[in-house]
Design a protein. Sequence first.
Length: 373
Amino acid sequence: MTISSFQPPKRTLMGPGPSDVSERVLQALARPTIGHLDPAFVGMMDEMKTLLQYAFMTKNELTFPVSAPGSAGMETCFVNLVESGDKVIVCQNGVFGGRMKENVERIGATAIMVEDEWGTVVDPQKLEDALKANPDAKFVAFVHAETSTGALSDAETLTRLAHDHDCLVIVDAVTSLAGSPLKVDEWNIDAIYSGTQKCLSAPPGLSPVSFNERASEVIKNRKSKVQSWFLDLSLVMGYWGAGAKRSYHHTAPVNNLYGLHESLVILQEEGLENSWKRHMDMHLKLKAGLEEMGIGFVVKEGDRLPQLNAVYIPDGVDDAAVRGKLLNDYNLEIGAGLGALAGKVWRIGLMGHACSEKNVDFCLNSLKEVLGK
Ligand SMILES: *Cc1c(COP(=O)(O)O)cnc(C)c1O
């Protein structure tokens, strides 16, 4: 049997990620592969750091993309900062906080869970109570934008509380980066990770991370070796670090980095604040249309993520059949519910390049037709 080239269908991606990748980024991905230690490539890496510092609003020297998807950024933060025996307060209000707990426990550290109902934000009061009850805790970890439920927690307040109790914060900003206000330096965030496939609209497979001085000191003063060879920052920094001679650690995903570079150039052209505003404007437009159809949101107003709209599936509607019809007849992907919300909600993403007036209209019209409204 002869297998021929793979030709993916042309979809509109309005789920929880990956989001639509623009023609400009696709063209960047197709540029010639060069050596990952080629001086031209190294120049691109330096620009990449500057562009990521812009996106994160930070001057952190230790800012670079991990060569693997968002989950690897999460693991990079945990395995480099947390050591066996440490105590970490993990706030969970959806799927991704549960993964943070997994990371902590696999290191041999203790996770103190602060749980909030799915669809609500992390409650600062509950965090404060946990901090008081656990004066020996070293870290607080939380998800800024919970993609499983569409809730946006108050990262600034949670970080301040953690610092008041001498804890460092580890923040999941996979879905918030470029979609919602996020100010790493102004909010004093110690360690943060994101992804390329949500509001940056680059393909999946890279995870921007950033660590401040305080976090870098903790990493430098570790008692034990980082359990992961690949994610050990003391080794990775020989490749990505400032003034490093760029010695070989692993072969960077060269073309994928071209794609991220281009998407960050696009972000810079638009302006970070304008990108946040576009996400909010399109969310409000989508919300008006959905409410007209009698479709309601999971998260209460004011706590909602503009880039991820979790809405209740109307009574009597077949979840899988509707999503299947949208995909097959309209080439439109929306997301299913995850975890506790599986079968109960749809997750409509308005991320990055996919967050446009045209897509909001397309999504609303397609849903109307499929639901027979
Ligand atoms: C998507 C996502 C991740 C995981 O990113 P991958 O690129 O799928 O590994 C982690 N946290 C949140 C909040 C996410 O939305």
